[in-house]
Design a protein around this ligand. Structure first.
Ligand code: C2E
Ligand code: CA
Ligand code: CA
Ligand code: CA
Length: 274
């Protein structure tokens, strides 16, 4: 590579080394993070647009590392996937969320749904469905209170086995949510064949709702979803204007900083009558 001279130098820029170094450091820390109890789940409420009632919570993982501090998932999910650690961490997330769902629904009065993000890698593992069944059984939660959020890319054609697994989970009663809708490539026809019951519109479409004019594209996503029997959640709702427009479009559920940021488990009680 030396003879390539100057151009080659770019590969050894300090910033690149730092990135790599950071990644290796995180990778090392992540190996022991689960057994050292360094992961925690934050929960973000989703409300019903019409009534304002709590529909449920999305569980979002956080890593609180003694060495690295408070770390956002975008910094480490990919590393968990690359190292295969996502299998065990993913199971832990599901277990935690099931226990939380069981706990907050223990008064039997209301039904509050808890959704988790499922990585496509996790879904691909051969024991995925069995482990989910096992976790649900042990926790004693009703599967109807659990949602799995899957991104479009995880459901593309090459993942046909994943789709079969999701059908099996849906049969159990688990709600399947198509996450970040609009950022992938699924054709509308394909959408009908997926075992999903909820479509989550990506934040980028919500960002388009800046003034009363709204966005015909976002409006038609909502009506399209309704026409094939899906409920619709909008993520990343930050302003009252966005909320009003989504309400006008009959978007079923709203999630975003306007309602609340993701909060630790103890703080979710303020949203619930418990
Ligand atoms: P996501 O599933 O699309 O989650 C939504 C992200 O948007 C979350 O970031 C959430 O905190 C943030 N968010 C929510 N409302 C607003 C808002 O009004 N404005 C803005 N600017 N952001 C908002 P977070 O928690 O950092 O998670 C990032 C991504 O990491 C998630 O994106 C998801 O893909 C992944 N992730 C999080 N937890 C897990 C997990 O337990 N397992 C897996 N496999 N992936 C996870
Ligand atoms: Ca999600
Ligand atoms: Ca999302
Ligand atoms: Ca998103």
């Amino acid at each position: 590579a030396k003879q390539e001279g100057k151009n080659c130098y770019r590969f050894f820029e300090p910033s690149m080394n730092e990135d790599l170094e950071e990644k290796l450091l995180l990778q090392n820390g992540l190996r022991y993070a689960l057994e050292r109890n360094e992961f925690t789940l934050y929960y973000q409420p989703e409300i019903e647009t019409g009534s304002g009632n709590i529909y449920g919570f999305e569980a979002l993982i956080r890593w609180i590392s003694p060495e690295h501090g408070f770390i956002q998932p975008l910094k480490f999910i990919e590393i968990l996937e690359e190292t295969g650690l996502i299998a065990d961490v993913g199971k832990w997330v599901i277990k935690e969320a099931c226990e939380f769902a069981k706990e907050i629904n223990s008064n039997g009065k209301t039904e509050v749904i808890v959704s988790v993000n499922v990585s496509p890698i996790q879904l691909t593992h051969s024991d995925f469905v069995d482990s989910v069944k096992q976790i649900i059984k042990v926790s004693g939660v009703s599967p109807r209170l659990i949602g799995f959020e899957i991104t479009e890319t995880a459901l593309m054609e090459s993942f046909s086995q994943n789709i079969e697994k999701l059908y099996e989970l849906k049969e159990l009663g688990i709600r399947i949510i198509l996450d970040d809708f609009g950022t992938g490539y699924s054709s509308l026809n394909y959408l009908r064949k997926l075992p999903i019951s909820i479509l989550k519109i990506d934040k980028s479409f919500v960002d388009d709702l800046m003034n009363e004019e709204g966005s015909p594209l976002t409006a038609s996503i909502v009506s399209l979803a309704h026409s094939i029997g899906l409920r619709v959640v909008a993520e990343g709702v930050e302003t009252a204007t966005q909320f009003e427009i989504l309400k006008k479009y009959h978007c079923d559920l709203i999630q975003g900083y306007l309602i609340s940021k993701p909060v630790p488990k103890e703080e979710t009680k303020k949203f619930l009558n418990v």
